[in-house]
Design a protein around this ligand. Sequence first.
Ligand SMILES: *Cc1c(COP(=O)(O)O)cnc(C)c1O
Length: 472
Amino acid sequence: MSKRNGEPSDPLRALPGVDLVLQSPAAVPWLDRLPREHVADLVREAIGELRESLLADPSQAPEDPLRAVAAKVDGLVQSLSESSLRPVINASGVILHTNLGRAPLGQSAVEAVGSIAGGYCNLEYDIEQGRRGRRDGHCGSLLERLLGAPALVVNNNAAAIFLVLHELAREGEVIVSRGELVEIGDGFRIPDILEASQARLREVGSTNRTNLDDYRDALGDRTRALLRIHPSNFKQVGFTGRPTIEQLVALAKSASLPLIEDLGSGCLVDHLAEGIEGEPPVARSIKAGVSLVTFSGDKLLGGPQAGIIAGDAGLVARVRRNPLFRALRVGKLTLAALEATLRSYLAGREDEIPALRLMRTPTAALSARAHKLAKRLAEHGISGCSVVEGKSVLGGGSTPMQSMPSPLVAIEGRPGRSATHVESGLRSYDPPVVARIEKDRVLLDLRTVPEDQEDDLVAAVIQATRPRQTGA
Ligand SMILES: *Cc1c(COP(=O)(O)O)cnc(C)c1O
């Protein structure tokens, strides 16, 4: 605690008033960026925070209270006047990283969004007829062509499954296997969605095995639908089993009930060639006779956040009429991006879709880039860089344990430059770099780093590996 004339001074009384802070030179840049009343609020907030911490621990009294307040306000002004959504360099190798925005959009999708975003468009306007048109039309016909069935677009797959259940199974029962009641991540649990849709869950089978008779035995007066869920982010091994989709289709038909399938990722093409198993194309389920499928727009499809509902025309029309469809509908920017992405599929130009392109990047190309990067880093005097064997994962709550071999650039921790220090240094670069740590090494996976970001990546590593300042 600071002392004056041998007497402890009251640190609370040393706190500056709002007006004093506003009149100080520190306030000039704040007032350039924000209106006075907002700045005054922030100053008040900063003084309040400082007062709280002084009350909690008076020994923490700042030497210069005005400067302490100004530093807090600096931070607050900055966070308000800069975009909180920032581009990052994804060096994690996770292609569909939910925390990093899942699928990056392709050039044509970005251009489509750009051309629509700043002006008016025919979102719900029939240009030929000069009257109200349908929002659904924009992606509807492309989806129908690609999937072989009518389709609807909503905000995301969670909304899609919610809406379908709300329409088809509200106040009734849905039969679902215990082995499929999964949590996808971030608190998204299938049972919770079922409950919110007012459909009652009828769990059948055991965690690891469910057979057709389990479903059959559960059929009753209150049954409204059968539900099949892609287990997405987890995999069962060993003594497991579940009916084939064809068997479920036959059972649902014989009971005159709809079969709903939540495909999760939902791909439009087969990814077996990339070693991705367990992700059958959406069209296969529809062809097999599933009544309605739901899937995400921003997982393996590689488009914007969206949920797609497709299948039986009558059921799609029913879901379309549910009042909640209006609450879950998508906006023009989503439709623009999705339409462009679907067009790439229709034209057979899948390489325009970044997620697919990244999945298909040959290991040899990645290896060449990794060696080049390691060499560049070494030339900048960064020790402990090498290329090691590793894996990129698909991510995004999509297929479990699916990975592709990927050579990685490893930066070993050194005294005064631990891997955690380097990793946090990478994040404090602009743009921030997101990387993995494994056994005191920082791993950089170039699969998810576009080549035009490599210079930034090098600069970020140089900054992050700089020996930590010691002393004052
Ligand atoms: C990812 C996933 C969801 C949720 O999809 P969102 O588009 O993120 O809402 C639902 N079900 C399954 C099986 C999934 O994998």
